[in-house]
Design a binder for this molecule. Structure first.
Ligand code: NAP
Length: 295
């Protein structure tokens, strides 16, 4: 069996098209344009490129998009003051602070300072709590993107054995929480593996849906996968450069071998990656719709 590829690039394109239509309708009916501010502190090249991608997508969809570039030596107080201004700005519905932040700034304090109604990353404890009790307004973007990839590929999640490798607060824990909710697009039996798991293969081999977010190349090999499983590879690992000088990326799964065993698999790049920015846009539109009282 050779697995079908789940193209995140294609699913993201479909969702962005839907978001563009909904954005135009919101403007027409309510005169509201979704506003997203991206805040970048310093000049980390990877962060600069992520933020540029978010700004570009926001503009393409028709959002009011604002980019705040702060110098590396910005103090915590200065950043908190900017967030407070964005919290009060009625034209801004979503606030994204690009992580990581320079050492002098406490990330937790900054994320807690964002108004939960504008927390389109879904990292504020209020939104994490709402997700856990099944009443989320904003799901964190990468896990929300994984759920969309599964749903839109027609994968049966209801009743499935899902195994998640990784328990980070941004991927592993939230995707496990999302898929175990008694809701459409969820209702799975979920197991989470991590470095304390005694026999990881014992669990992964039972998975109908295997989601891997370990941050290690080859964390999952073909012998750890059940024939016919759906494999979602979240990992992004840089393993040198291509002849054109671009970063060479691989996921956490031994792609070529696992592809021969799985029924569906996401590639890296072009799998989960494009979904993350797209779900950020979906959350920003939702924030604007909630603010306009139409959702
Ligand atoms: P993280 O914070 O480093 O967490 C990794 C998790 O995997 C930890 O819970 C760790 O266990 C577990 N783990 C690591 N090696 C393992 C192994 N050999 N066996 C079992 N568990 C193992 O990473 P993250 O932020 O969740 O990201 C994971 C990967 O996804 C990274 O490659 C990251 O770049 C990528 N990512 C991609 C996107 C995207 O948009 N495509 C978004 C976010 C992240 P312990 O808790 O025991 O240490």
């Amino acid at each position: 069996m050779t697995a079908k590829l789940i193209s995140g690039t294609e699913v993201a394109r479909q969702i962005r098209e839907e978001l563009t239509g909904e954005t135009a309708r919101l403007k027409e009916r309510c005169g509201v344009v979704p506003g997203l501010v991206t805040i970048l502190v310093g000049k980390n090249p990877a962060s600069m490129s992520y933020v540029a991608g978010k700004q570009k997508t926001a503009k393409e969809i028709g959002f009011h998009s604002v980019q705040e570039n702060l110098p590396e030596e910005t103090t915590e107080g200065e950043l908190l003051a900017l967030i407070e201004r964005c919290n009060r700005d009625e034209k801004i519905h979503g606030i994204l602070v690009q992580l990581p932040l320079p050492r002098q700034i406490d990330e937790t304090k900054v994320l807690y300072a964002i108004d939960p109604k504008k927390d389109v990353d879904g990292f504020h404890p209020v939104n994490v709590g709402k997700m856990v009790i099944g009443q989320a307004d904003y799901l964190p973007c990468t896990p929300a993107g994984i759920q969309q990839l599964l749903v839109r590929s027609g994968v049966k999640i209801d009743g499935a054995e899902v195994v998640v490798v990784g328990r980070s607060n941004i991927v592993g824990k939230p995707i496990a929480n999302i898929l175990l909710q008694k809701q459409p697009g969820a209702n799975a039996t979920v197991t989470i593996c991590h470095t304390g798991t005694r026999d990881m293969a014992l669990h992964t081999r039972r998975a109908d849906i295997l989601i891997v977010a370990a941050g290690r190349p080859n964390a999952v090999t073909a012998d750890m996968v059940k024939p016919g499983a759906v494999v979602i590879d979240v990992g992004v690992n840089r393993i040198g450069t291509t002849p054109e000088g671009k970063a060479k990326l691989v996921g956490d799964v031994d792609f070529e071998a696992v592809r021969q065993k799985a029924s569906f698999i996401t590639p890296v790049p072009g799998g989960v990656g494009p979904m993350t920015i797209t779900m950020l846009m979906a959350n920003t539109l939702k924030a604007a719709q909630i603010a306009a009282g139409v959702r």
